[in-house]
Write a protein that binds this ligand. Structure first.
Ligand code: PLP
Length: 387
């Protein structure tokens, strides 16, 4: 074991993100029991904060699952899908396909709606698969594997007046972009604490509509996933009775990070990500980096997917960055070696870490002036915003 003080790390991955300083501090609070009145008061505050973050109706059930974003995903299918249900899953990247696999494991007859990598799901393709037998449509809002933003409001519009639940993976959007669960008509949404909120990994904030609860209560048999059973969760989060031992220290940290996000304001955070993303792009474009997602309207503001210039050795450059304590993520599967995915969620969407990246790239690529160009461009973008 080594005892040397760690060098500060610049984490520019599309999750996890650097932990918010207030969340770091909150982690050091004295441990309390999961049934302590102070913890229940904190949980109530978290539930209200999550309603605000998701744009949910005032009485919407919100909670934290003790697991990562994938548990949020799995809990949705485990609670709301039964064997034989027809489910449309939109899959234009790794996480959409993960949804499809989970839905199938819980017995869904999956109707897959796909789009080429780097392109958004087309609502007309969803409409073409939709009929009265479809019990749920599931879609990833921001597909982290490609940096694509899927048209959730348009897909939601197709479901108006139908008895079809809408499940949305909000892992790369909720907490950094306005999300309108009630206005859009979303029934189940989830994220992971370590993404846009910049809290430690290990919690999945969820929101469940009344309609989703009604579907859950009409099940023919209990969910096979006892740990995330909606009634069990409600026992703890609403009726304050024991279900399982929640990670109280992670609740403290998430509460701090969520409060910081809501105090800052989701529109402000959205602009912060957009401005830094634009400045990064303008700085790197002359080197040959290009947007991977062609249509600007389909670009996810929180994950900047950049096609690498010809001749840039992805593995070697990222290894050199890692030597300098800078983490940058490459492509997944078909895009491995072709793209970088730069995180612009939570505390990664700050000027300082991107300036650090630019200084390192100046050195590694032998191109001076990147950090200066980044700072100047960001200042110009921010100055151009009407006060
Ligand atoms: N959904 C999306 C869009 C993601 O980006 C991720 C993780 O990157 C997940 C789901 C799964 O979350 P986790 O890795 O926290 O289980």
């Amino acid at each position: 074991m080594t005892s040397a003080a760690p060098t500060p790390h610049t984490l520019l991955t599309p999750g996890p993100t650097p932990i918010h300083p207030r969340a770091v501090q909150a982690l050091t609070r004295d441990m309390l029991g999961h049934m302590d009145p102070v913890v229940f008061a904190l949980n109530r505050d978290i539930q209200q904060g999550l309603r605000d973050m998701y744009g949910a109706a005032p009485d919407t059930f919100t909670a934290l699952l003790a697991g990562t974003g994938s548990l949020g995903m799995e809990a949705g299918f485990a609670n709301l899908v039964e064997s034989g249900d027809e489910v449309i899953v939109c899959a234009n990247g790794s996480f959409g396909h993960r949804m499809a696999e989970m839905a199938a494991r819980y017995g869904a007859r999956v109707r897959l709606v796909t789009a080429p990598l780097g392109e958004a799901i087309r609502p007309e393709d969803v409409a073409a698969q939709l009929d009265d037998h479809v019990r749920m449509v599931a879609v990833v809002h921001g597909e982290t594997s490609t940096g694509v933003l899927n048209p959730v409001p348009e897909i939601a519009e197709l479901l108006r007046g139908r008895d079809t639940l809408l499940t949305v993976d909000a892992v790369t959007t909720a907490g950094m972009e306005p999300f309108h669960m009630q206005a859009w008509g979303v029934d189940y949404a989830y994220t992971g604490a370590q993404k846009c909120l910049s809290a430690p990994p290990g919690l999945a904030p969820i929101a469940v509509s009344d309609r989703a609860f009604a579907r859950f209560h009409a099940r023919r048999s209990p969910t096979p996933l006892w740990y995330a059973d909606l009634d069990g969760l409600r026992d703890y989060w609403v009726h304050q009775s024991y279900h399982h031992t929640v990670p109280v220290n992670l609740h403290y940290a998430l509460h701090a990070a969520l409060s910081a996000a809501l105090e800052e304001g989701l529109e402000v955070r959205q602009a912060r990500a957009a401005h830094i993303g634009q400045a990064v792009y303008h700085t790197l474009e002359p080197l040959g980096f290009r947007h991977y997602v062609q249509d600007p309207a389909q670009r996810l503001p929180t994950v900047l997917a950049l096609r690498l210039p010809d001749g840039l050795n992805d593995a070697a450059v990222r290894a050199e960055l890692r030597q300098r304590e800078i983490s940058v993520t490459g492509g997944l599967g078909a895009t491995a070696g072709l793209i970088w995915r730069l995180g612009l969620m939570g505390e990664s969407a700050r000027p300082a870490p991107y300036r650090t990246l630019m200084l390192a790239l100046e050195d590694i690529l032998g191109v001076p002036g990147l950090a200066g160009r980044f700072t100047e461009t960001l200042t110009e973008i921010e100055d151009a915003v009407p006060a």
